[in-house]
Design a protein around this ligand. Structure first.
Ligand code: HQG
Length: 185
C-alpha cells in the first residue's frame, strides 16, 4: 500500500474509532474497544491492511491487544469525541509541556486559555517539535505555546498520558501559558 492509501484508511479508522462509530455500524465498548474481526468487516479492509496501518502509523494512534475474554480488540489511543472511559491513570507531568496551534487562535487562547473543544481533553506534547507538527495542521502561521504543567499540577490540575504519549488535561487557564516562550513561525 502506498502512503496515500495508508493515510486514507487511517483517517476512516480514526473517524470510526473516535467520532462516529455508528456511521459504519459499530458500537464501541465503554473503554472504546471493538473486536478486530467486527472492525475489519465494518471498515471493509483486510487484516494485512489493518496491521500495516497500525504498525506504520506515525503517531501510534491505535492499540491492538487481546482482551480479557481472549478476543483481539482495537481502539484509538486518544482523540475521541464520543464518550469513552480510557481508564487513564493520573500522572505527574514534566515541568513544561507544549501546545501547537494556529496563530489565528492566539488572541482567544490568551483570553480564555486552552479548552478541549469537541475532544475529551486539551492535548499537549512533551516536545516542541511535536507541538509544531500539531500546529501545522491548522495551516498558516504556527504558534507554539509553553504550558507550565508542573505549576498546574501543584495547583491541583490533573494530567494523564495516553497510550501514544500525548499529555492530556481538562483545560489550561491563561495564567499557566508562558507568554515569553510563545514562538511564532
Ligand atoms: C484550539 C491530532 C481558540 C487548539 C494532533 C486547537 C493532536 C482554541 C483547536 C490531537 C482555544 C482544537 C489534538 C481557545 C484551544 N480559543 N482556539 N480558547 N483553546 N484552541 O484538533 O490539540 O492526528 O481538537 O489550539 O496531533 O490541535 O488526530 O486539538 O488548534 O494530538 O491523532 O482549538 O489531534 O492528532 O483542535 O490536536 P483539536 P489539537 P491526530
Amino acid at each position: 500500500m502506498d502512503h496515500q492509501q495508508l493515510v486514507k484508511i487511517s483517517k476512516r479508522m480514526s473517524k470510526a474509532l473516535r467520532h462516529d462509530p455508528a456511521r459504519v455500524g459499530l458500537t464501541l465498548d465503554p473503554a472504546g474497544w471493538v473486536p478486530v474481526e467486527v472492525f475489519l468487516s465494518a471498515m471493509g479492509i483486510s487484516r494485512a491492511d489493518l496491521d500495516e496501518v497500525v504498525a506504520g502509523n506515525d503517531k501510534q494512534r491505535y492499540a491492538v491487544e487481546t482482551g480479557p475474554d481472549g478476543v483481539e480488540r482495537i481502539r484509538a489511543n486518544q482523540g475521541h469525541s464520543v464518550p469513552v472511559e480510557l481508564g487513564l491513570v493520573p500522572q505527574e507531568p514534566p515541568e513544561v509541556l507544549f501546545h501547537g496551534t494556529g496563530s489565528a487562535a492566539l488572541e482567544s487562547i490568551r483570553a480564555t486559555g486552552l479548552n478541549r473543544g469537541g475532544r475529551h481533553h486539551v492535548h499537549l506534547s512533551s516536545d516542541a517539535d511535536t507541538a509544531r507538527r500539531v500546529g501545522t495542521r491548522r495551516g498558516g502561521a504556527v504558534a507554539i505555546l509553553t504550558v507550565r504543567a508542573g505549576e498546574m499540577a501543584r495547583a491541583g490540575h490533573v494530567f494523564y498520558v495516553s497510550g501514544n504519549g500525548v499529555w492530556l488535561t481538562d483545560s489550561v487557564p491563561p495564567v499557566f501559558i508562558q507568554p515569553l516562550r510563545e514562538e511564532l513561525l
